[in-house]
Design a protein around this ligand. Structure first.
Ligand code: UGA
Length: 437
């Protein structure tokens, strides 16, 4: 089966390489020439553990190639995956669908034979039905062009494993024949026993945003508990551990701290709220506004705490910042809580030095005025306070005694609650976690 993957960002590049690994003949298409050149040469344009190996073996097998020519891709493929981004609209909560719409409008006139177009991008519910009629209207093959929706749940940092061994496969189809085609595409994970949920288009679109909204809610729930812990002197980490033993609740995504960021959770809950409004169901999702507010409050809280820790005034204070990526094992800095905090501290007069194991180049581009250092030790040299903002393993493994030798004051604010308070205190540090006594 020949497959085209349209859009080679995080999602598309990983999917293209993964499908080739599974034995399909795949072409990945993108308008970004630099990205296509880099992928064609086996260089992954972002940091993702394990991705380079899959990309290189797939290219070497001859089953994977990349192109900027949509027409060439459209020609031979029986299945086309839509993997372009749906960012937040500037100044609004709603999703910006220009890339999805633009792609469908360019692709449709090229579809001269029966094929299946499969949406993977995260879209507002109702988009798939609209795109299905647009395809029928514009494609020379007309009703022979079918549309299915197959949301993606991959996590950055685990993208390869999530693509090759997903925890579930959800397909929204309007015709049972389309489900059969998708079963063929996913034959390998199905053989491993991956749960398969076939449903209608609208439900499939909703599954994705509902999942992200649930995860965001879980994080904001525990962060709200952290606020209460701070007010009462309780410990949110012990609280989360205790809650997590209840199988119905579960411990995952109950890590209180600086909150969620990235290119998905924040914009997805906002687009979901906006879509509910358009559908006249605002009330159903009004709680998500609170989820967003709790989350954004975490960033303010960390800035406030840092200021309080250094005596109420950040002017002239030297801050060592550990972490810039929105989460560990990623170089993604989109809506990164770490960089929001670093930027705020600088605005309030502090001299900020940032170190991140992988996100330095991206961070420098977005926040060129922050100071950057090439190691944790260098970022913390002469610091009056150290802020731990992204929980890389490298930071957990730091020797607090060694770091203590380079700082000007042994004061650490652990905004991810993953450093060992006992070890840091034993090395003479004033340790402060979030929602912890
Ligand atoms: C998220 C979802 O987890 C994926 O299932 C989904 O496919 C993806 O969005 C998407 O829509 O494409 P991702 O953005 O890679 O994946 O990141 P997550 O692992 O969900 O983490 C999101 C944020 O929550 C990070 O900033 C992380 O630091 C934060 N987080 C996570 C917490 O603050 N506490 C936790 O307990 C867990």
């Amino acid at each position: 089966m020949r497959i085209s993957v349209l859009g080679t960002g995080y999602l598309g590049a990983t999917l293209a390489a993964g499908l080739a690994q599974l034995g399909f003949d795949v072409v990945g298409v993108d308008t970004d020439k630099t990205k296509i050149k880099s992928l064609s040469e086996g260089d992954v344009p972002f940091y993702e553990p394990g991705m380079e190996e899959v990309l290189r073996t797939s290219l070497a097998s001859g089953r994977l190639r990349f192109s900027t020519e949509l027409a060439e891709a459209a020609e031979g493929a029986e299945v086309h995956f839509i993997c372009v981004g749906t960012p937040q609209r500037r100044g609004e909560n709603a999703a910006d669908l220009r890339y999805v719409d633009g792609l469908v409008d360019s692709l449709a006139p090229l579809l001269r034979r029966d094929c299946l177009v499969v949406g993977k991008s995260t879209v507002p519910v109702g988009t798939a039905a609209r795109l299905a009629s647009r395809l029928r209207e514009l494609a020379p093959a007309g009703a022979g062009v079918h549309l299915a929706w197959n949301p993606e749940f991959l996590r950055e940092g685990f993208a390869v494993a999530d693509t090759l061994h997903p925890d579930r496969i959800v397909v929204g189809v309007a015709d049972p024949a389309d489900e059969a085609v998708l079963r063929e595409v996913y034959a390998a994970p199905l053989a491993e026993g991956t749960p398969w949920v076939a449903t209608d288009l609208a439900t499939a679109e909703l599954v994705k945003v509902a999942a992200n909204a649930f995860l965001a809610t879980k994080i904001s729930f525990i962060n709200a508990m952290a606020e209460l812990c701070e007010a009462t002197g309780a410990d949110v980490v012990a609280l989360a551990d205790a809650l997590g033993h209840d199988q119905r609740i579960g411990r995952r995504f109950l890590n209180a701290g600086l909150g969620f960021g990235g290119g998905c959770l924040p914009k997805d809950i906002r687009a979901f709220i906006a879509r509910a409004g358009e559908l006249g169901a605002d009330e159903a999702l009004s709680f998500l506004k609170e989820v967003d507010a709790i989350n954004l409050r975490r960033r303010e809280r960390v800035v406030e705490l840092a200021r309080a820790e250094v005596g109420g005034d950040l002017h002239g204070v030297r801050v060592g910042v550990l972490g810039a990526a929105f989460k560990p094992d990623s170089d993604d800095i989109r809506d990164s809580p770490a960089l929001t905090v670093a930027g705020q501290l600088q605005l309030q007069g502090a001299t900020v030095n940032v170190y991140d194991p992988k996100a330095m180049d991206n961070a420098r581009q977005l926040f060129p005025t922050l100071g950057y250092a090439d190691s944790a030790l260098a970022a913390c040299r002469d610091a009056d306070i150290v802020l731990h903002l992204t929980e890389w393993r490298e930071f957990r493994d730091l020797d607090p005694a060694r770091l203590g030798e380079v700082v000007s004051c042994r004061r650490v604010l652990d905004a991810r609650n993953t450093l060992d308070p006992l070890a840091w205190r034993a090395a003479g540090w004033t340790y402060r976690g979030l929602g912890r006594p």
